[in-house]
Structure formats: C-alpha cells, structure tokens
Design a protein around this ligand. Structure first.
Ligand SMILES: *Cc1c(COP(=O)(O)O)cnc(C)c1O
Length: 488
C-alpha cells in the first residue's frame, strides 16, 4: 500500500481553502451584477477541474469517490472540504450557496454562509428549528418565539400547526409589525428568536427592521427575516445586522419557475442564548454537516443550476418589474371598479415611508442611467375589487394574459385570490390576522411590457360593467385531452 497519510490531504485542503478564500475576497470587490453573473465559480476552477467549461457544471451524482482510505477518512470526518454525498453537499449546490452568501452581504463586511434547501418551507424550518430545542438543563421550561402574523400562508401553518399545536412551542404574535412596542412586550427570557417577513406576501407588511434587530440583540435573541419578496437586489437584512435570512428561491430568484428551492443565509457568529458554540459560529455549515444531514431537506443540483442561472440577471429584472408594477398600480388606483390598491411604492400606502428607507435598487448610484440611489418596491402588489368576493372572482376569471396561479416572482405575470388559495387553510380568523379579505387579488407583475398587463386588467375589470368580453377559444388546448375536458 502506498498511503501518503491523512496529513497529505489536510495540507492540500488548506491550500485549496486559502485559494478559495482569496478568490471570494476578490469577488467581494466586484459590483452586484458581476457577483450575480460569476458567483464563486472561477476561470481557474474551470480550467483545472472542468475542462474549461465557462458555465458551472451540474454534478448529477449522488456521491464523490476518494483516492484512498486516508482521503475518505479526512473527508467523512469533515476535516477537508468534500461533498461525499449529495444529501450533505454537492459542488453545483455550492455554487448557488456561494453566490447567495455574497449577494446577501453585498456592500457590507459581514461574513455569511448559505445552505440551500429543497424549498422555502424547509429553509424556514432549517432556520428556526435549532432555536426551538428544549433547554437540556431545564427541559420542562416553556419555549416561545415572536413572529409577525402577516406572513406567507405556508409559514403561518408551519408556525401555528407544526410548532404551536403539535410541539407546544408558543408562537407569540405580532399583529402590527411596525409598532415596536408590540414586539417588545412579547419578549421574555424564553423567547428564542424574532421572525418577520418584509415585504410580506401578500399583505406587504413592512417594519423598521433596524429597530427590531436592535431590540432582539438587546435581549440576546437572533432576528430571522424572510426576504423572499425583496431579494438581495432591493434589501440585505444581514448587512443591517439581522442574523439569518430565508429565501424561497422558488420565487423571484428562480424566476423561470422550473421548480422549488430554498436557502438560508446566516451571519457567522450570530446572536443567541443557546449553548451551542458550533451552531453560532457558522450556522449554515453546522446545519449542513449535522441537522440537515440527518433530516435530509437537500436540494437537487439540477434546480441549483437553474436558480443560479436566473440569479445572474436579478438586478435588471427587479428594476424592470418594479417599474412596471408601479405603472400598473397607478393605473389600478384610478380604475372605477377597484376599491383599493396596495403597493409599497405608492405614496398613499401607509408603510411607504418606512419601505422607502429600506428598499433601494442595489448599485443604482453606480448605474449610468440613474447615477443616484433609487427606491424600487418590487413586483408584488394587490388590489381589492369593488363589489366583494364574487366580483373579485369574476374579474379574476376574466384574465387572459395574467396567469391564474398561486405563484409569485415569475418572469410571467401571475395573479391569485389569496383567501381561496395561499391563505385558505388558516380559516377566517387566521385570515383576519393576516389581513386577507375575500375580494383581494394578489398580482405579481412579470417582465412583459406593462401596456399589455394593463390592457388585460382593464378588459377583466370591465366585466363588472356588463361589457362583453372576448374569451379564449374553448376548442384550443395545447394541454391535450385532459385539460380540454377540464375546461368549462
Ligand atoms: C413561497 C414562499 C415561501 C415558501 O417557499 P416554497 O419554496 O414554496 O416552499 C416562504 N416565504 C415566502 C414569502 C413565500 O412567498
């Protein structure tokens, strides 16, 4: 046997880690778009390991093989960077994690890492569960967390049913999240984290994040933010002091809609009263190598590369979609069949002021077109149709170009009625807490020309005037027999 010993691999790993670190430090000096395009994949890596492939390779392989038992021992002991088995790590997923960690900390000196997950929901579970374990010294002590009620419907269920009902972990509810005193009065020595979603889906709740972070840290409690709707192109909570960001990568980040994915991005050395130094030092690495290894909510490399590919154009896309959404929101505000329009970008929105302090198009000051910081408010808006639930359904059913789907952040415009879709499970009372009336239509404006979106909305709203509408031909169905028979 010709073993070179485990040290040989440890030294090689150190050289490789040093090189990676210096490469990442180089990337950190680049602008947002450059990081989004290149991420952590380098020419050197392409030439040395990937036959010069300019696009990140997709490692569709369950596992990695080793040169000998020494390398295997070092790898499975987590002593050298490795991806031994794709449930734990995979090079393609690493490229996605690398770029998200850089984008979420862009413009700051915060050090963060990322773990990709199979969905946004598993990202939320990954982010919150380690904080909800019983205290081993006093296992009977109650555990609670403080979270806003205006959150994604799935998050509402995870908190209300999976944590509160099933595990008796108390969810202390912040109803008006922009009132700091609400957060403050709910915190006690058993509070494990503060959680908020901003802007929230679909209610566009927004709060003064820096004050909430200050409050959490004053009590030694971590702050977790679902930043799916904003994306790092508009807001980067970690750079403001938050401890953990969760992303439903399925949405704006992977705008082409090829599948479901999630990510947790956490600062190194986060704040928490929990006695677990390893977790606090590098939360995502800890989750990756231990709890998620055992629970298995891993992402497929195929979806990682699809997300990575869409992220390259994130900033320009968010800019266009934000501008179109503003145009659409202004149009709807003046429409006689619309009762109310909610868009953080409208000055009439009660949270417009606070949102304007946080939502900035990244690098607009370095953009030839703008040359100064520019507010952008994203692609998510909602409107209430005059005439109640029935009228809202009629308008909704008349849409011809905007897709009826419970989706968001797509390159294509999508609309839903939250009361009968995303927020149907949580009942009347839950919807009241989340502020979801039955005549509310959530609209996510895509990258089409806004004139065409407006035309579609206009013709759909006109059904309430008793005007005749042109309907899509019932004979036409690209989906074949099954969808043709489903057609009314
Ligand atoms: C969709 C969504 C989630 C859940 O993400 P999935 O990828 O669908 O599991 C979480 N938070 C927000 C704000 C969302 O819009």
């Amino acid at each position: 046997m010709n073993s070179q010993g485990i040290n040989h691999y440890l030294e090689a790993a150190k050289r490789s880690a040093d090189w990676h670190k210096s490469h990442i430090n180089q990337m950190k000096k680049c602008r947002f778009d450059t990081i989004a395009v290149h991420g952590v994949y380098s020419m050197q890596e392409a030439l040395d390991f990937n036959q010069g492939s300019i696009i990140e390779p997709i490692y569709m392989s369950t596992s990695q093989c080793y040169r000998d038992s020494d390398e295997m021992e070092a790898a499975l002991g987590y002593q050298i960077p490795t991806w031994c088995y794709s449930r734990i790590a995979n090079p393609t997923i690493y490229y996605l994690e690398g770029v998200l960690a850089l984008l979420e900390t862009y413009g700051s000196d915060v050090e963060a890492s990322c773990i990709a997950t199979s969905s946004g929901m598993s990202a939320i579970q990954t982010a919150v569960d380690p904080f909800l374990l019983p205290d081993p010294k006093e296992p009977s002590k109650p555990v609670n967390f403080v979270a806003t009620t205006k959150i994604y419907g799935g998050t509402f269920q995870q908190f209300a049913v999976r944590k509160n009902q099933e595990r008796l972990i108390e969810w202390r509810k912040v109803v008006n999240s922009n009132d700091l005193s609400e957060w403050e009065k709910l915190i006690d020595e058993n509070t494990r984290f503060l959680y908020g979603e901003m802007p929230s889906n679909p209610g566009q709740a927004f709060f003064d994040l820096k004050k909430v972070i200050e409050l959490g840290h004053k009590h030694g409690i971590p702050v977790i933010i679902d930043s799916t709707v904003a994306t790092p192109a508009l807001m980067r909570p970690l750079a403001m002091g938050a401890d953990i960001v969760v992303q439903s990568v399925s949405k704006t980040l992977m705008t082409s809609g090829f599948g479901i994915a999630g990510a947790v991005i956490a600062r190194k050395n986060l704040v928490s009263g929990i006695d677990n130094p390893e977790m606090k030092a590098d939360f995502c690495m800890y989750m990756k190598t231990l709890p998620n290894r055992d629970n298995g909510p891993n992402l497929s490399p195929m979806h990682a590369i699809m997300a990575l590919n869409d992220i390259r154009t994130l900033r320009a896309r968010i800019d266009i979609q934000s501008r179109s959404t503003m145009t659409v929101a202004k149009f709807l505000s003046k429409h006689k069949n619309v009762e109310k329009v909610e868009y953080l970008g409208l000055e009439s929105h009660p949270l417009h002021g606070v949102a304007s302090e946080y939502l900035w198009l990244v690098d607009s000051e370095h953009d030839e077109q703008y040359g100064k910081p520019v507010n952008r408010y994203g692609h998510l808006m909602s409107f209430n149709v005059k005439g109640g639930a029935e009228a809202a359904r009629e308008v909704f059913d008349s849409l011809q170009r905007i897709w009826r789907a419970t989706d968001l952040g797509r390159i294509k415009s999508v609309a839903t009625i939250p009361a009968i879709s995303t927020h149907s499970q949580q009942g009347e009372e839950g919807r009241k807490l989340a502020d979801i009336p039955p005549n509310l239509i959530r609209l996510c404006v895509g990258s089409e020309h806004p004139d065409d979106i407006i035309a579609d909305l206009d013709q759909a709203l006109s059904v309430l005037d008793g005007k005749k509408v042109i309907s899509t031909s019932p004979e036409y169905s690209a989906g074949g027999a099954s969808s043709a028979t489903l057609r009314r």
